[in-house]
Design a protein around this ligand. Structure first.
Ligand SMILES: Cc1cc2nc3c(=O)[nH]c(=O)nc-3n(C[C@H](O)[C@H](O)[C@H](O)COP(=O)(O)O)c2cc1C
Length: 344
């Protein structure tokens, strides 16, 4: 048994904050909005992290930016900050802390061109001295623990995650998450959980392995290959906010749980739809909520083995409607239809 496997029987802590279990919901811009995070946390995710929040936008007080890092009210409140200016990172961290953040996470993993073009996200893995200046500025600005999310490196020739992680730990970072791809891979190929092990060997703080973890079996493999202390699930949770909680509990108890019934799934998506529309207002909320509706319908159709044509019809009817009452009625009808498929 490895050191991590032994210590995994104890609760995972970030500073003094104890996590509910060892499966985290990944931050995903445009996906893990506050209502989705609240639902995932209520369903047992070990920790949920806000969407990436641009420190400059937070400092300038943009209303939409504030919404991105709203607290869920369940479990520790984690705000993820991105940026390339030490002063803004520090001020953004102070603002987030004053608004209730209990952990600040720094994004050094985002591969998107509009982010790396501004020298933020994974672009910081190309200049570790500058990355360290941002980390140090953030840590000195707040009392709450600071964590860091990164990739394996910029490309195959610069796999410097172990070095960045080691230097970040020395600066005072309390947990590291690593997506097992390089920036230049974007989302192509497969996440390399074994390569994440080199980070584990470089640090003494908790390590979280991330990338392509969509089931209990994959979580176990990722933990074994990387020797990490916890896993982080992103796209696998789209449409199934219960997944991090279910896997987290199973890692602790060994007990397999059935997926939620169709009736429960319907309740989750209805509540999520209403909350998103309420948070953003109907005009913007409908656009955000549509993604959740689409994923929820796909997952429900998959679990009930509904024909592709049935899913297509309901997707078209529900995702094109601007009328919340109609969406609610159609969701009920769609899930009734799926229940027929499941029973057939
Ligand atoms: C739509 C989308 C948005 C994302 N936004 C963020 C973000 O805001 N901050 C961040 O650190 N990572 C972000 N990521 C990366 C994820 O957190 C995660 O590292 C990546 O998706 C790999 O994990 P997965 O295979 O479980 O999805 C995003 C990924 C996706 C697909």
């Amino acid at each position: 048994m490895t050191g991590s496997a032994l210590s995994r029987s104890k609760p995972l802590k970030i500073g003094d904050i104890e996590l509910a279990n060892r499966v985290l919901l990944a931050p995903m811009s445009g996906v893990t909005d506050a209502p989705f995070r609240r639902l995932a946390a209520a369903l047992g995710a070990g920790l949920v992290v806000s969407e990436m929040t641009a420190s400059g936008d937070l400092v300038q007080g943009r209303a939409m930016t504030r919404l991105r890092c709203e607290a869920t009210g369940i479990g520790p409140h984690v705000v993820q900050l991105a940026g390339c200016e030490a002063g803004w990172m520090a001020e953004g961290a102070r603002i987030a802390e004053a608004a209730g953040a209990e952990i600040i996470d720094i994004n050094m993993g985002c591969p998107a061109r509009h982010v790396t073009g501004g020298q933020s996200g994974s672009a910081l893995m190309r200049d570790l001295d500058h990355a360290l200046r941002l980390i140090e500025a953030t840590i000195s600005a707040v009392k709450v623990p600071v964590t860091l999310k990164m990739r394996l490196g910029w490309d195959d020739r610069s796999l410097n995650a172990p070095e960045l992680a080691r230097r970040a730990e020395q600066a005072g970072v309390r947990m590291i998450s690593v997506h097992g791809r390089t920036r230049c891979q974007f989302y192509k190929g497969e996440a390399d959980w074994r390569a994440v092990r080199a980070v584990k060997d470089a640090i003494n703080i908790p390590l979280v392995v991330n990338g392509d973890i969509t089931s209990f079996e994959k979580a176990v493999s990722a933990l074994e290959m990387s020797d990490a202390d916890a896993v982080m699930i992103g796209r696998g949770a789209q449409g199934q906010p219960w997944l991090p909680g279910q896997i987290g509990r199973r890692l602790e108890t060994g007990v397999t749980e059935a997926p939620p019934s169709l009736a429960q799934q319907l309740n989750y998506i209805r509540a999520l739809y209403d909350e998103v529309c309420h948070l953003y207002g109907l005009r913007i909320g409908l656009r955000h909520a549509r993604k959740h509706l689409g994923w929820a319908l796909e997952i429900a159709a998959r679990y009930s083995r509904a024909p592709a044509q049935t899913l297509k019809i309901w997707r078209e009817r529900i995702l094109t409607s601007d009328d919340p009452h109609r969406v609610h009625r159609s969701l009920q009808d769609a899930f009734d239809d799926f229940a027929w498929s499941a029973a057939a």
